[in-house]
Write a protein that binds this ligand. Structure first.
Ligand code: GUN
Length: 296
């Protein structure tokens, strides 16, 4: 059997088109505006930020990129976030990760007003996710993965999902999201013993470990759904955490790299930004307890 290839590029393009219509039909003089804070000059981060800006503009959103030197102090960065929190023209704020080592990432992310936290990285929004409370923002990559899984029309209830990787950005939130979908979830990581044996029991594999082509066909149960979150560069070529060529012969569905999860992440970020905009326009009660939020 050869797997059906899940077309994240097309799914994301459809999503952006729908979003573009929603924005142009929205009865307001204002358009949603996303602020992207980018610290330092990590080349991969620069590419991601440019992509976010390009697609934001394409769907009719504003996108302000705030580029800051690697040497910026933590307090100066917190002050910039304060300004963005208080600026009513800004609807969504993201801080591109990773941050330089001298900056405390949790402290910075915690500073974002949860009602503008369109990456869903604040403790407030990750907390709402763990409560399965729909008021929170769900981070973009896990949300995009769920959309791709739903596009297969396979019933997720009771399925065994094995997540490879326990990062705050992907592994932990996708585990929670799948648990909320009634999957049985196993989270594995670099210290997991018998990883291959565990992955072999999976109906759904989420590969997010950052190791090029680590997941082999011999690890996969016949007919499993494979979601590859990895973006690795090998000999100048992009590849995922899954050995695509061999695993596709065993899986029922598989995402390619590039053109799988990546484009969905950006589409979901824009979707969250539009959601933030709508809630803020409605003076939605977000219960965020954040000073200067419109919800008070
Ligand atoms: N770095 C890697 N992925 C992401 C993401 O989804 N959001 C942000 N802000 N930084 C990232």
């Amino acid at each position: 059997m050869s797997a059906i290839i899940i077309d994240g590029k097309q799914t994301a393009a459809n999503y952006r088109n729908e979003l573009k219509d929603k924005i142009s039909n929205y009865n307001s003089q204002e358009v949603p505006v996303l602020a992207v804070v980018s610290v330092g000059d990590d080349p991969a981060s620069k590419v991601y930020v440019r992509t976010k800006q390009k697609f934001a503009q394409e769907v009719g959103m504003g996108c302000e990129v705030i580029e800051l030197a690697d040497s910026i102090g933590e307090n100066a960065l917190l002050e910039i976030i304060d300004e963005l929190n208080d600026n009513h023209h800004i609807n969504g704020i993201i801080v591109q990760l990773p941050l330089p080592k001298h900056i405390n990432t949790l402290k910075v992310l915690s500073h974002i007003n949860p009602s503008k936290d369109v990456d869903g990285f604040t403790p407030y929004n990750t907390g709402l996710l763990s409560y399965n409370d729909p008021r929170g923002f769900i981070s973009a990559t896990p949300k995009g993965i769920l959309e791709l899984l739903k596009s297969t029309a396979v019933d997720l209830k009771g399925k065994h999902a094995v997540v490879i990787g326990r990062s705050n950005i992907v592994g932990k939130p996708i585990a929670m999201l799948l648990l909320n979908q009634d999957c049985t979830v196993t989270v594995t990581h670099s210290k997991t013993e018998n990883l291959e044996t565990i992955v072999k029991t999976a109906d759904i594999v989420i590969a997010a470990c950052g190791r090029a082509k680590m997941v082999k066909a011999s690890w996969i149960k016949e007919g499993a759904i494979i979601i590859d979150v990895g973006i690795n560069r090998v000999d100048g070529k992009l590849c995922g955490d899954v050995d695509f060529d061999e695993v596709k012969e065993k899986a029922s569905f598989i995402t390619p790299v590039p053109g799988g999860v990546g484009p969905m992440t950006v589409a979901m970020l824009l979707s969250n930004t539009f959601e933030a905009f709508c809630k803020q326009q409605d003076h939605h009660d977000c219960h965020c307890h954040h000073k200067n939020c419109k919800c008070h």
